[in-house]
Each structure stands twice: as C-alpha cells, then as structure tokens.
Design a protein around this ligand. Structure first.
Ligand code: AHG
Ligand code: MN
Ligand code: MN
Length: 332
C-alpha cells in the first residue's frame, strides 16, 4: 500500500525497524481518515476522563491511542509502547537476547484544535529495547534512555495535506499521503531548516510568567528594526506543536514553549519523551537546534516517563541567540 516501504528498506538496516515504522505510518493513515470525517464520523468532543497529566481527554486522543496500540502491537520486534495518554507502559513482548524496539507516541497533538478544524498531528519516537540474557517482562526503566538513543523519530501532520516527516538518523524526509490512491508519496528527500529566521512562535499570553531571557528575547523581536536585533519579526502560534514545527521544517523559524512561573515546579508544559525528544531529533537532523534553557534537549536527563521540559527549537542561529541570552542570565 505504501511506496514508503522502499525508502524504509533502504534506510533502516533492521527489517524489524522498517516494519515497525510502516505500522506506525499505517495507523496514522487510519487516524488521518478519521480526522477528515470530523463531525460526520462522530469523533469530535471531549470525554469525562483525564490523562496522567490531568488534562481532559478528547475522543480523538483516545481513539488515536487505540489505533496506534492495535496496529503496532503486531509489528515484529516491538517490545513495549508508551503514550502520553496512558499512565503506564504497554508491554507487547518480553525483553530478551534479540533486543528489539520501544515505541513512544503523542497519539494526537494539538487536541484543542480538533473541534475547530485546525491542523493536528501524531508524534512518535523509537528507542532500542535493551537486550537481556533470559526473557523478562518489559519495564518502565527500559524507557529511561537519552533522546540521543532514538533510532527513529517522526510526526504526521493532519492539515490541508497529511504529511509524514521522518528521520532515521541520516537526515529528514517527507512523504505526503495522496488521497487519490492512499499512497505515501515521497515529497522531500533532505529537509534543511534555514539557519536564520525572522519568525517566532510562542503563546504570548504567558508573557508575564516567563523567565527574564525569554522575555528579553520576545521584547527584542517585538521592538523590530528599532530594537537591538535591528530587524522586524513575524509571529505565528497554531497551538499544535506538530503544525508549528512543520512550518519551521518548511521555511524556518523558532518555536518556544518555555518554563514559566504559572507552576514554578513544573519544568515546562511539553513532554520530553513524546514531544520534545522526537521533535528535537528531527530538528537537529534538519540542521536546526533544540534547547531547554540549560542544554541540548537530546542530552536532557530522563527521570520519568511523563516528565516535562522547557522547549526552544528551530533555526540554529536563533536558538544559539536564545542560548546566549540564557548564559548571560545565569552568568555562565
Ligand atoms: P497535546 O494536544 O498533545 O496535549 O499538546 C498540545 C501542546 C502543543 O501541541 C502546543 O504547542 C501546546 O500544547 C499549546 O498550548 P497552549 O494552549 O498553552 O498554547
Ligand atoms: Mn502534544
Ligand atoms: Mn496529545
């Protein structure tokens, strides 16, 4: 069904990895079809349940999660899954000498946009499963791996077009789902993010809660030509990380969801394992950078499955400017 197979077979050394990615992409094709049905498919609206983060679940959050679980559980070599929408890991096979893979996902990113017909997406990350002498059940501790260990990362944006953006650690490719024949057509072979940009994305309603370096950064953007940056900036905020990052993949820019003082003990809003790590791998592979206020996101220490992190990523020169502002503030 998917022309994508040929590319995966070429790029991924292990056929089990190829098969797993193909399963994720098939699941996303199914989610895309549901998204397009919208209200006609009775998939809009909220449920009474909450996820582990205390966020109200939308119907489509739960449906997308189920589709990914069902499709991917059949993939050979998949040991366990973890999702933003599930408290605990979802074991599939035992950990053993043959290794295999761990799949993590944000099944539906941009939930607040589902009911208003604005772009949403799915984000995924694949880590190697540990090898063990004797078979043993998969454990949460198996997932506690640095973002640098990711063997693949990708997202699918369900917008006016359904587009897959994927990296296996050797660049970033894009495929567009052709609704005429349900095929994923290769549409970009080596995405590179322009180093320089005049476009930033941040939820400015939180301005009063930001830390000094982020506030100084945005104030300088707002000051335009007359300010310290000496150039005018443009701003976008879609409220779907997938859609904001996709714009950056296409024409550059910087995306920020930084720590803020609304909940000072919370590291940030976005989730390291399901959002920040896969997006940071994609951005770095496309020549950009991803920073959490202290260091590269991919180097962040992993302490729990659902941990949050401050996120600033995109065009390299802009992220480096943010790094310098943070270094000045801490006197490093
Ligand atoms: P999710 O729908 O998976 O919970 O993620 C939503 C995230 C991210 O996609 C987006 O950038 C951000 O939340 C929007 O947050 P605000 O509503 O605070 O702007
Ligand atoms: Mn999300
Ligand atoms: Mn989500």
């Amino acid at each position: 069904m998917i022309k994508l197979d040929d590319f995966l077979a070429h790029d991924a050394v292990d056929p089990r990895l190829t098969a797993l990615i193909a399963s994720v992409v098939e699941a996303c094709g199914q989610i895309s079809a549901l998204v397009r049905r919208g209200a006609a498919g009775e998939i809009l609206g909220a449920l009474e349940s909450q996820n582990v983060q205390g966020e109200v679940q939308k119907k489509l959050d739960v449906i997308s999660n189920e589709i990914l679980l069902q499709r991917c559980a059949e993939a050979p070599g998949l040991v366990a899954m973890a999702s933003e929408e599930m408290d605990d890991i979802y074991p599939v096979r035992e950990v053993g000498p043959e290794g295999g893979y761990l799949l993590l996902f944000d099944p539906l990113d941009g939930s607040s946009n589902i009911d208003v017909n604005v772009s949403i997406g799915t984000i995924f990350s694949i880590l190697p499963a540990p090898r063990a002498d004797g078979p043993r059940p998969a454990a949460t501790a198996d997932f506690m791996q640095s973002g640098r260990n990711q063997v693949a990362a990708g997202y699918v944006v369900y917008g006016p077009q359904t587009t897959l953006v994927l990296s296996l650690g050797n660049g970033v490719r894009a495929f567009t789902l052709d609704p005429l024949n349900d095929e994923w057509v290769p549409t970009a072979h080596a995405i590179t993010i322009p180093h320089e940009t005049k476009e930033y994305a941040i939820n400015a309603s939180n301005l009063r809660h930001w830390a000094t370096p982020v506030r100084s950064y945005v104030e300088a953007c707002l000051a335009g030509e007359e300010g310290p940056r000496g150039k005018n900036f443009n701003m976008r905020w879609i409220a779907s990380m997938v859609a904001d990052v996709h714009r950056i993949m296409v024409r550059g820019g910087v995306f920020l969801y930084p720590w803020d003082a609304r909940e000072p003990d919370r590291a940030g809003k976005l989730r390291l394992m399901y959002e920040a790590n896969p997006m940071s791998m994609l951005v770095e592979q496309a020549g950009g950078a991803a920073f959490d206020g202290q260091g590269h996101i991919l180097d962040a220490e992993v302490t729990s499955l659902h941990q949050r992190i401050s996120v600033m990523l995109g065009s390299r020169a802009e992220v480096e400017h943010l790094m310098a502002l943070h270094a000045e503030a801490t006197g490093v």
